[in-house]
Design a protein around this ligand. Structure first.
Ligand SMILES: [Zn+2]
Length: 278
């Protein structure tokens, strides 16, 4: 597992970019996510400290460029790129949504899969499951499970640096994120290491308070919507305040306001759109 430096990336103060996974051995290297394009050279140098073997496979947990930006560079080094079909569609829509800095066709996943059974890869004595997750952080999320190592890279539908970020512009949904948290708790054993795209590594018991926090904020926002409150009024009520001291980066800038504001706005708009579609 490779992480970026702290303090270098305004969007991710804890560690620049998204976390990268490397499964190395005589069968070649399998990678999870590829960081920002600008640091591909540094990433390759870090991987070469682990193994000289060819980089054969790469999978993306989701479309954001702190996870996919380097894809084209690794594909040109010979990696076969796997991702959800939805992620490929999200990439084709970009850069209208600001997610990609390149139109290089090499960035597009070659092997795609939808919802359903995991794709399994067997190499280096490990069984790797590419597990599709219904619309959660984005519309094309996957969890990557290493069965023998008992570790799961869960991407960004859980994060403990800043409040949850559900990218509804790229197909993410609040309900899907809650389902993904439930699925993770079922999939994980008591000792399974859960490796988020950002923040600290956790175990399944850490998901419970996180999920409860989301449900509590959701209930508070729902009540205010029922009282006819506007989004501005909901934001002004600071409904996350009981949690702010416990969420590192929770009040750091994110989007138009703080990470807390971005989260509460997302909850508000998700509840409003589900009310309209009912
Ligand atoms: Zn993300």
């Amino acid at each position: 597992m490779l992480s970026g430096s702290a303090g270098a990336d305004p969007g991710h103060q804890d560690a620049a970019g998204g976390r990268v996974g490397v499964l190395a051995g005589p069968d070649g290297i399998f990678m999870v996510d590829a960081q920002y394009a600008q640091i591909s050279d540094k990433l390759v140098a870090a991987i070469r400290k682990i193994s000289p073997e060819p980089i054969r496979f790469l999978v993306n947990t989701h479309v954001h460029r702190d996870h996919t930006g380097g894809d084209a560079n690794f594909v040109k080094m010979g990696a076969l790129l796997f991702a959800r079909e939805e992620l490929r569609e999200e990439m084709l829509r970009a850069p209208a949504n600001g997610n990609l800095t390149t139109r290089d066709p090499a960035r597009l996943p070659v092997v795609t899969y939808g919802l359903g059974d995991p794709v399994k890869l067997r190499l280096n004595g490990e069984v790797v499951d590419l597990i599709p997750v219904r619309a959660a952080h984005t519309g094309g999320d996957s969890m990557i499970r290493f069965e023998n190592a008992d570790a799961i890279m869960i991407g960004d539908f859980y994060r403990n640096y800043g409040y949850p970020f559900i990218d509804t512009n790229n197909g993410g949904t609040l309900q899907g994120a809650l389902e993904a948290l439930d699925a993770t708790m079922k999939l994980a054993g008591p000792n399974t290491r859960l490796i988020p795209g950002h923040g600290t590594i956790i175990h399944r018991t850490d998901i419970v308070p996180y999920r409860d926090m989301i449900l509590d904020v959701e209930a508070k926002v729902q009540r205010m919507i029922a009282e006819g409150k506007s989004e501005q009024e909901v934001l002004a009520a600071k409904v996350t305040s009981p949690y702010d001291a416990k969420v590192p980066g929770g009040l750091s800038p994110a989007g138009a306001g703080t990470s807390a504001d971005r989260f509460v706005s997302m909850v508000y708009s998700q509840l409003m759109s589900s009310a309209h579609s009912r």
